[in-house]
Design a protein around this ligand. Sequence first.
Ligand code: SAH
Length: 343
Amino acid sequence: MIPRLPALTIDELTSRLGSAARARAVVRWLYGTAPLPQALPAAVPGVAAAAWRTLRAATPWNPPLVRERQASADGTTKYALAFGATLVEAVRIPSPRRSTVCVSSQSGCTRRCVFCATRTLGFGRHLRADEMVLQVMLAAAEAPPEAPVRNVVFMGMGEPMDNLGEVLRAVRVLTQSPAPLLRARSITVSTSGVLPGMRRFLRESPASLALSLHATTDDVRARLVPHGRIWPIAALMALLREDAARHPRRECFVEYVLCAGVNDADADADRLLRLLDGIGARVNLIPYNAFPGSDLAPPPSARVLAFQARLAAAGRRAFIRWPRGRAIAAACGQLALATATAE
Ligand code: SAH
């Protein structure tokens, strides 16, 4: 079995179709067709008929079925998508001149972070690279013309480092010419801190990395992120520091979900500053988004702002991700198929 069409690289298409010009013609057709085609056509302009027929027979075409599309007032759109019997969510987030797509790498998740709604689903299955690329294609086909998709974040359902081969392939395809050609630094893969996967990712991919850190002591982290017991904060930081020296141009982010009374004290901000010494990471502070059945709460806005100010005063870039799409449960950590499971 070869990868499905949306996951084939230009080089792979070239060897299957017999020429680079044909490979480019297929990719142009694939990304130039909106809405996503429901079936592969009998012929693609610029591609020899026999070569296309052989390729078409070897790669089944399974675009996702849009089970539900929910838009919030700010334009953030959450998609509930079915790949066969597998349900996942993707989110399109518009800003004035460009859109970001938040992609799922698994249905459910292999990890059990206590503050994340996806945990309540358990683990369904790993998504294939073509299923990740199709999420981007679908969102790109629906993006407003004045705000085309320019950023992709692997921050939907799932732990990308537990499905790394497929994630790396998806990143490779999304950054290849002629299309969709996103810049490697415009793709961010977010991890809950699976150290061996991070090591391989940093070695093999030029894309940006986001580490979901959430705590400044191993005890607090292990309470929030159970596998924090396996890979301590010091080891995660040592890897980021090493990579900052090796790839100084790579974008690196540290995600920090602020939970009232758990990790939001001034002392936490001070420890965070020390941990990040020698790492050029930007910090994204995410006020905790509540979901039914969880007993954590977001800090008051004044505390969130004070935490940010403390980091900024020490020269650390820190942004607050005030929730977008909270009303439709599309904000960070709220992807748990509320719509699909309610049926
Ligand atoms: N498993 C990966 C990819 C998911 S990314 C990871 O953990 O990084 C989703 C981002 O949203 C992560 O930074 C995650 O920690 C954060 N998040 C999860 N649940 C949240 C919640 N309830 N409120 C705010 N942010 C949350």
